[in-house]
Write a protein of this length. Structure first.
Lengths: 438, 282
């Protein structure tokens, strides 16, 4: 039987063997947590605590600004010892709350436990917003916004993203194996919010144990589990919709334009906790892996834990580090320092040694067309990159540069090691700037 | 034979008469001054005047919509020529040149990380505010050199932009493209500049740059009227810059440079002296 997938894409060595058989361990709390106010797509939250305040785990420390924004919570109990800009995974200092943990790790008593059966969709969405639930795949888009489609957009399918197509990462895989009941509960809550029945969990075929387990457990709930061909970037929203339903999201459109809502399996688990236990999003599963780590592990981490603390818990560094990446190797963010905190979008920490990655200088384009054949959006990366180099904004826009999902497949495959996705990202900024002006 | 000659001749006569009549009837009034101004302009289509090209500017000036002094590349010669065409008095303007206020190339200034991406300063700047530790220093990836319509900007092998003062026409293209605002417009007759753009405190600057201004005030103490210090960064006061050169030797960080003695070390131009600066103001 041939497995479903999308057109384009490629399969880099998945390198998941480092950590795929390691059970999730709980990473102990560090002494100090740095919690940035900007951890999601949208407006950064506004810090509402000051130095000296005593906070409980789950207490709101920053309030959302606007609808596309979520509150930020204290991820442990303790004292606020600083409210100042600290180095953020984005690479620059951003406003953060520094909490000195008191070691009690005490939950805020005011958090309410709820039974989803007794609540309507609006009340459930309100709970998710207050709990700061964002997409856990890495993009951190506020979940309540995705779950509030305008009335003219009819949603008929919920897709759960258990693809985890990024090489090295195994956090979602372990979550599906070890905490499937939370995921299924989350799916049921999501179906109730959207008032639909069809739910499909998409999982790549390189996780047969997770497919088997979820298929068995999902059957009584009328949830379909679909095994997908192993291919990057299948975990990207639009590619996953194509693979599972065969529908195409229109250029410039959103999944809701073709009647689909996609949520990560990690988000579903967090939604279950938020509703049943009242727990806001203060911890997540992340993979600490790569050839530069002594003992790669899957960890349950507290938001705000410095990366150095995670490395220490995983036995320290192996060899001389050459590159630190938050997230996966294809779309992750390179870090300047191990002192940055893990945030809500931290799906993994990947460390390469010097010499583990190529630093070959870029050569001229040999017109081989490989970037075009792997592009999952069917763009012409080499052409757009040329326009980017020449700063030809209008031409790049005509070639649909804005539809690029920045998956990096073109840069990965390029035999001339041209910085294709980097160029496209650059010109996207130029196009957006031009649109703002006019 | 005769029929053919008559036919063709007849067609020719009718066509000539029609065209002649049409050119009289539909003639477009062209201001002769516009063409004359266009001839007087340098023809670089650089956009320094704010118009897309020289013809647009010529039209604007002829219509009286634009001032005749906006063509910086042309300089005073062009302004005089335009003034003659329009029959007005030319106003003297101070010619301006662009200067890169930084000497911290890759050997003299430290980097936060090794940048491997697109060779474009604006792209690099988006990645954690650029690889250079100094928040104001030249990134050295050459966006200004690519933007310069006159080929006046040289990128040194060590990664620093150096502007050729003789080729620079003051069109400000480089100023608008630089993400770090390290290129400033200065009067062409001023040759002494503080080549630093970091407003950090001295201790921080020393950590990341061997030639950065630490705001020590020594230049201001030496020539009080020629220097101003703001936010730990010295600047030459271009209103009173005549004696600024006296502080060059006193500067502990060697970040004051006199272009009349040549370009900064590391540049291909290092040994050449700018033509326009043969007589430093004294």
């Amino acid at each position: 039987m041939s497995l479903k997938t999308f057109a384009g894409g490629l399969h880099p060595p998945d390198s998941k063997a480092y950590s795929e058989h390691k059970a999730i361990e709980i990473c102990p709390l560090p002494d100090e947590l740095v919690i940035p106010a900007a951890q999601h797509i949208g407006a950064p939250a506004e810090i509402c605590v000051s130095v000296g305040d005593l906070v409980k785990k789950g207490q709101v420390i920053a309030k959302p600004k606007g609808f596309v924004s979520v509150p930020i919570h204290a991820s442990t109990s303790g004292e606020v010892i600083a409210v100042e800009p600290r180095l953020h995974p984005m690479g620059r200092p951003l406003p953060s709350v520094v909490i000195k943990a008191d070691g009690e790790d005490q939950w805020d008593e005011s958090l309410e436990q709820n039974n989803p059966e007794n609540l309507d969709a609006e009340a459930l969405k309100k709970i998710l917003w207050n709990a700061g639930i964002v997409g856990m795949g890495g993009a951190t888009f506020p979940a309540h916004v995705k779950l509030s489609p305008p009335p003219e957009k009819k949603i008929d399918t919920l897709i759960l993203n258990g693809v985890e197509c990024e090489p090295y990462l195994t956090a979602d895989h372990r979550l599906m194996l070890e905490e499937s009941e939370r995921i299924i509960d989350g799916i049921n809550i999501l179906r109730k919010i959207l008032s639909i029945d069809t739910a499909v969990v998409g999982i790549e075929a390189n996780k047969p144990d997770a497919i088997e387990k979820l298929t068995a457990e999902c059957a009584p709930h009328n949830i379909t589990v679909m095994a997908l061909e192993v291919k990057y970037p299948q975990g990207a929203e639009k590619q996953l919709i194509d693979a599972v339903t065969g529908r195409q999201v229109p250029s410039g459109g959103l999944p809701m334009d073709c009647g689909v809502v996609v949520q990560n399996v990690g988000t579903a688990a967090a939604i279950s906790d938020a509703v049943r236990l009242g727990h806001p999003l203060v911890e997540r599963i992340a993979t600490v892996t790569g050839p530069g780590i002594k003992e790669p592990k899957n960890l349950k981490i507290t938001i705000g834990t410095p990366l150095s603390h995670l490395v220490e818990f995983c036995g320290g560094l192996e060899g001389e580090p050459g590159k630190i990446i938050m997230g996966g190797p294809m779309m992750g963010q390179t870090q300047l320092s191990l002192e940055v905190p893990a945030i809500r979008g931290t799906s993994g920490l990947l460390i390469f040694r010097k010499g583990d990655f190529s630093t070959k200088p870029a050569g001229p384009c040999i017109r081989c067309g490989r970037c075009i054949s792997v592009c999952p959006i069917h763009l012409q990366p080499t052409t757009i990159a040329t326009y980017a180099r020449l700063d030809m904004v209008d031409e790049a826009e005509n070639y649909h540069a804005l539809d690029c999902i920045e998956c990096g497949s073109c840069t990965y495959i390029c035999p001339a090691t041209l910085p294709l996705v980097q160029s496209i990202r650059h010109i996207k900024g130029g196009i957006m700037a031009k649109r703002r002006k006019s | 034979m005769l029929t053919a000659v008559l036919c063709l001749g007849g067609i020719g006569l009718v066509a000539a008469a029609t065209l002649g009549a049409a050119s009289k009837k539909f003639a477009v009034e062209v201001d002769p001054r516009e063409a004359a101004i266009l001839d007087a302009l340098p023809g670089a289509n650089c956009g320094a005047c704010g118009e897309p090209g020289c013809s647009g500017y010529a039209k604007g000036v002829a219509e009286g919509r634009l001032a005749p002094t906006l063509c910086t590349p042309g300089g005073s010669g062009t302004i005089q020529a335009i003034a003659d065409i329009l029959g007005i008095e030319a106003v003297a303007t101070t010619p301006q040149v662009a200067v890169v206020l930084c000497q911290g190339d890759n050997e003299k200034a430290t980097s936060k990380y090794r940048y491997l991406g697109l060779s474009d300063c604006n792209a690099a700047q988006k990645l954690a505010d650029g690889p250079k530790t100094c928040p104001g220093g030249c990134l050295g990836l050459g966006s200004c050199a690519n933007a310069c319509p006159f080929g006046a900007i040289e990128m040194t092998p060590q990664g620093l932009a150096v502007i050729n003062r003789d080729k620079c026409t003051g069109c400000e293209k480089c100023v608008s493209v630089c993400p770090r605002n390290v290129i400033k417009m200065v009067p062409k007759d001023a040759t002494v500049h503080v080549l630093c753009n970091s407003h950090d405190k001295g201790a921080a600057v020393r950590k990341y740059c061997q030639v950065g201004c630490i705001g020590c005030n020594i230049c201001k103490k030496t020539v009080p009227e020629a220097y101003q210090i703001e936010n730990f960064l010295a600047r030459v006061d271009y209103e009173h810059h005549e004696d600024a050169a006296q502080a060059i030797e006193k500067c502990p960080m060697k970040c004051i440079h006199d272009f009349s003695t040549g370009y900064p070390a590391g540049s291909r131009l290092a040994t050449t002296k700018p033509e326009t600066s043969k007589q430093p103001a004294a």
